[in-house]
Design a protein around this ligand. Structure first.
Ligand code: TYD
Length: 206
């Protein structure tokens, strides 16, 4: 049987990496066959594209180029990593996916949903996630928690106004797509992890 595809989304510092690590521990303990991967990157070619996108020195990159590079890294990663794992029946857990493009490039950069959907049509039509976990924490709170932004990262260099637009973009996506479930991050990281694991069970992903 084909595997399931779940993605994690959230603003900078929302705790995705921590939650994916805690989920991995629970999945291993439960004997689930899974892989963890990430965007942009996750494969050799896509990691090279990632370096170009996130390089803080590439200040002249235009918004369309940025969106197309994310889409290019995505399709490479889908074909090289995600598709074979799903075909082998594995659960694929991916750190960021097309909703990041809709929130960052579509909403915050202002390219709009249609442009982003068009350049990501293969991802949206052929590889829709079975479930997307959105870690719901505002950029203010998230930056506070991680003690400020990483200034060498081109996306983190963007100011709070930009990240607030990303957050608003995500909230609109949560309203629009039932596959995206917002998880509140108020308590401890272990409480959040427990909530996520229960969600996966409730949704029949594991
Ligand atoms: P990363 O260091 O992986 O950030 P995080 O740990 O917050 O996930 O860098 C990924 C950056 O790329 C992050 O700022 C979000 C951004 N991004 C987009 O703008 N569009 C996209 O489609 C994707 C996948 C990521």
């Amino acid at each position: 049987m084909r595997g399931k595809f779940i993605t994690f989304e959230g603003c900078e510092g929302s705790g995705k990496s921590t939650q994916i690590r805690l989920l991995s521990e629970k999945l291993t303990a439960a004997g689930v066959d899974f892989i963890v991967t990430r965007e942009p990157g996750g494969s050799d070619v896509a990691e090279q594209i990632r370096k170009i996108i996130l390089d803080g020195k590439n200040v002249s990159m235009c918004d369309e180029c940025e969106a197309l590079l994310y889409a290019a890294a995505r399709i490479q990663h889908l074909k090289e990593i995600v598709e074979p794992a799903l075909a082998a029946g594995k659960l694929v857990v991916c750190d960021r996916y097309v909703d990041s493009s809709l929130a960052y490039q579509g909403a915050a950069r202002g390219l709009g949903e249609k442009y982003i959907s068009d350049i990501n049509s293969v991802a949206l039509n052929s590889y829709p996630p079975d479930l997307t976990v959105f870690l719901n924490i505002s950029p203010e709170k998230a930056f506070e928690r991680k003690h400020g932004a990483d200034k060498s990262d081109r996306m983190e260099q963007q100011g709070l106004e930009f990240h607030n637009k990303v957050y608003a973009g995500y909230l609109a996506l949560v309203d629009k797509y039932p596959r995206i479930c917002a998880v509140e991050c108020g308590g401890t990281k272990y409480e959040t992890a427990e909530r996520i694991f229960s969600l996966l069970k409730d949704k029949g992903v594991i």
